[in-house]
Design a protein around this ligand. Sequence first.
Ligand code: SF4
Length: 368
Amino acid sequence: MEHKTDILSKSLDEIKRDLISMGEKSFRGEQIYEWLYKKGVTSFHEMTNLPQTLILKLESQYSIGTLRLLKRLISKDRHTIKYLYLLGDNNIIECVVMKYHHGNTLCLSTQVGCAMGCSFCASGAGGLVRNLSVGEMTAQLLITDRDISELGWGRITGMVLMGSGEPLDNYDNTLEFLHQIHNPKGFNMGWRSITLSTCGMVPKIRLLADEGISINLAVSLHASNDEMRRRIMRIANVYSIKDVIEASRYYFEKTGRRVTFEYALIQDENDKPEHAEELAYILREFPCHVNLIPLNENMHSSSKRSRIQAINKFESVLKSAGISVTRRREMGPDIQGACGQLKASFLNGTADFKTEEAESSNGKYQRI
Ligand code: SF4
């Protein structure tokens, strides 16, 4: 079969260059970009202000995205939608949309699997399969955006890179994708509406700080000392908590964006009041924020969620020490909203799809 380039992997400048080499005018690039990013079309024939000759040229050279929707699950409270997508090479990725009073946030995947091997995580259980391309990340956003607007939810207004994968381990594609969707002529997502979550790849945090883009940074800490962190996160064998906090401080100084430290509370591992005191001490004098996450248990790990009393106590110790702290609102547990869980159960044939499941309302995305 003839290989076509995914146009969602191309920047506006690259599309313009391609148009010129086809003997076309470069302003057509802006029109195409607007159709792709503002209107979310899935066929060149929907680009009604382009001449037919150009549509045929585009069709012979490009595809628009390479994802296929496998499943769409809507939580009972109708605040969360989980999407499962099939990639061109039959790998599967997932993303989640969360509805907040201020808008719709997309949690997006950046890799198939993950190399980081955090002990509690379903996405990392099978290791890294491969990086996602710029086009595959873009397609997750555009297809999901179009789908939720057809459901009457409006547009996606914010994005967190917290799905499967470590975004900084797929640095170049992730950065190119972010520039692509930030482009005011395209999706026009503001830097401050984007949060990148990392397990703490120290040199890449410093690199990101120097990029001149003021996105929000969330750093997974999950421990109050290095020995504990090494038990929970493999990356802790490479970088100490001190290294991670120094890099985070550098990020804050360069971008002016307050850093959030994520802390998943694991029963009898990292959830004691003395751990909260230790955490407060290591974060002292750093204007950061701590986000406590009641652990999502999964079949790949024996880690258990902390008891509610332990979570309450942990939070109150941090607050008394003057640390800005919130508890992550739990979204979509009935649709396995935690990272990597839907994909894992789908592949094992154990998925429990009792919640509402629906085909894409425009019928464009074929289910298997
Ligand atoms: S928690 Fe994040 S970084 Fe750790 S293994 Fe899972 S996806 Fe990778």
